[in-house]
Ligand binder design. Structure first.
Ligand code: DHB
Length: 310
């Protein structure tokens, strides 16, 4: 069967994408994900200049595959991105999606321009990290005006490289932000980033466990939120969606595609090793074969074609 998805004219072997933030720090770790079956990989959000993250502890394993994290988007700056992208290219031919982060609009433009020169296959704009606040105290993805402005500035800076906007679920209406991103020139939507922020407390010392006190929730617990967001966004926009949030097996990935995702991001489920990509790809293929589906793209948005509509 053909499990190569239809996505912005990129050649991608299968719909499974390494989501940003997990394992995407070095060229070698990105290449390992591709070698182990990821159709494309997303690097950890790059900053123009060195950006220190939060002190430890930054990640808490909540059990059941769920994580609470506030790493604080650490990154060495554009020269580190250049080196790691070059290392990746030596090891893999899979498409490379470059996530970028910044503190303000001007810096988003400069970062986007600098990263575009490294020729990634797509740029993903991380306007939704719950742990790094902009000057107004909220991520850009929380307002139509800010998401619009950030999208326009970055789109202008990166020329022909496709742009995906990574949205936050921590908003009143994610659909209106997705619509605004599309209207401002986005080529795709990545939904969703982590949920929250949330908190966990060490009861013996009555202190929050994460050094940042709060962090973003990821893993299977957030999957229904991601599925709902992708389902709603699919109805509202024409651009393709990278559906991310709590996917950990073939069944989950198919659910995400049926909701409307063209590509499926895997983050938390890859924390114990990249072999998960090959396993999920095999599960998708097996399911499709047993259901007489020969084209993976037939799954995309299938829920919207059934009789029962929400
Ligand atoms: C971090 C960044 C994110 O985009 C996110 O969803 C959660 C955590 C971080 O680096 O702290």
């Amino acid at each position: 069967m053909n499990i190569s998805p239809d996505f912005l004219e990129l050649r991608i072997a299968n719909p499974l994408i390494l989501a940003s933030g997990i394992l995407g720090t070095t060229g070698a770790s990105l290449a390992a994900a591709a070698k182990n079956g990821a159709g494309a990989v997303t690097s950890k959000s790059a900053w123009l200049n060195r950006h220190d993250g939060h002190p430890n502890p930054t990640v808490l394993d909540l059990g059941g595959g769920n994580l609470l994290n506030a790493v604080g988007l650490p990154h060495g700056g554009i020269e580190e991105a250049r080196t790691e992208f070059e290392n990746f290219r030596k090891l893999s031919e899979a498409p490379l999606f470059a996530s970028i982060a910044a503190n303000n609009f001007e810096e988003f433009g400069e970062t986007a321009k600098a990263v575009a020169e490294l020729k990634p296959d797509l740029i993903e704009l991380n306007i939704s990290c719950p742990n790094v606040e902009d000057e107004f105290g909220k991520p850009f993805a929380c307002s139509v005006q800010d998401a619009t402005k950030a999208t326009r500035i970055v789109k202008k800076a990166i020329g022909k490289i496709p742009l995906s906007i990574k949205l936050s679920p921590n908003v009143e209406n994610i659909v209106e932000i997705a619509r605004a991103a599309e209207a401002a020139g986005a080529d795709a939507i990545t939904a969703i980033n982590t949920v929250g922020p949330g908190m966990a407390i060490d009861i013996e010392i009555a202190e929050p466990i994460l050094a940042n006190r709060v962090g973003g929730l990821s893993g299977p617990a957030i999957r229904p939120l991601a599925i709902r967001a992708v389902f709603e966004i699919f109805k509202a926009v024409k651009i393709p969606i990278i559906g991310t949030g709590g996917i950990s097996n073939g069944r989950d990935a198919i659910e995400m595609m049926e909701a409307g995702a063209s590509l499926v991001g895997i983050g938390s489920a890859a924390k114990n090793g990249t072999e998960i990509f090959r396993k999920i790809a095999a599960e998708i293929e097996k399911w499709c074969e047993s259901h007489g589906i020969s084209e993976i793209s037939d799954l995309i948005g299938k829920t919207h074609k059934t009789k029962i509509q929400v």
